[in-house]
Ligand binder design. Structure first.
Ligand SMILES: [Zn+2]
Ligand SMILES: [Zn+2]
Length: 275
């Protein structure tokens, strides 16, 4: 069995009730944090998970809303826990430069804490890996592979397929429909896909918001991807505009027009088990 928890179902738009994009994947004893949006550790705390418990961080891409709290994950694991093992951070090319930049920004804090605590003698221990396709993880029965997605002009971007004990989950991140995502998702038990409501975003007057139409999947397109790939369950997240209370059925119906399987969506901390 693999358990998926939507830690944050929000987007770049600040929302009092939705943390930024982030999903927790539990596979056996392993815990993978997929993207690190705003407020991720507060949400993780609500399900009893702290930075010390993370097996690895997986980044689908380097858009700010997906990495805003990576610095918090790095610092909190380093300074508030006694975990000594390095934290693997797996993302697309560019991830190392972002992590190096974060460590540069954190340099004053790192120097203060090393100066103050006798048992902290080294900066945060991190292992950064960059991939665009292929196998990226094989440990304790959990395998992970990645494939490119299409979120241009943001590139490269990747999706992750996590497999454990016969169960499989794909984390698509932000993408328009593409062959490589279809292939990675083929036959998966669950596909976690970020979505926007194109029918609603089209109506807003601001061109800057309309700009997002061309590089995200609509709810219908996510449903069509799930159908082509033959997945068991479609999990929708990263709602733009924010999913308002009572509108769940309306959103679900748009996906159900394309996809006949199980569709899950809702608030932060929604948990889905597959396998
Ligand atoms: Zn994005
Ligand atoms: Zn996004």
């Amino acid at each position: 069995m693999i358990e998926i928890t939507l830690l944050g179902t929000g987007s770049p738009m600040v929302d009092a009730n939705r943390a930024g994009p982030s999903t927790l994947v539990r596979a056996g004893d392993a815990l993978f944090l997929v993207d690190c949006g705003r407020g991720v550790l507060q949400r993780a705390a609500a399900v009893g998970v702290g930075a010390a418990n993370l097996t690895a961080v997986l980044l689908t891409h380097l858009h700010s809303d997906h990495i805003t709290d990576l610095n918090d994950v790095i610092t909190t694991r380093w300074v508030t826990t006694f975990v000594r093992s390095p934290l693997p951070i797996i993302g697309p090319p560019g991830t190392r430069a972002v992590v190096d930049g974060l460590l540069t920004a954190l340099a004053p804090d790192i120097s203060y804490r090393i100066a103050h605590h006798a048992d902290i003698t080294e900066p945060p221990a991190l292992e950064v890996y960059e991939y665009t396709e292929g196998p990226v993880w094989d440990q304790d029965g959990v395998t992970i592979r990645v494939a490119p997605t299409d979120h241009r002009p943001v590139e490269p971007t990747i999706a992750f397929r996590v497999e454990y004990d016969g169960a499989s989950v794909v984390l698509a991140g932000d993408s328009v429909p593409c062959d490589t995502l279809d292939q990675l998702s083929s036959g998966a038990d669950a596909l976690v896909h970020t979505v926007i409501r194109k029918d609603l975003v089209t109506l807003v007057p601001q061109q800057r918001l309309k700009d997002i139409l061309d590089y995200h999947s609509s709810v219908e397109q996510a449903g069509a991807t799930a159908a082509r790939a033959g997945v068991g369950t479609l999990v929708l997240t990263h709602y733009v505009p924010p999913l308002a209370p009572g509108q769940e059925d309306q959103w679900r119906a748009l996906a159900a027009g394309e996809f006949g399987g199980r569709i899950e969506l809702g608030d932060d901390l929604l948990t889905v088990q597959v396998g």
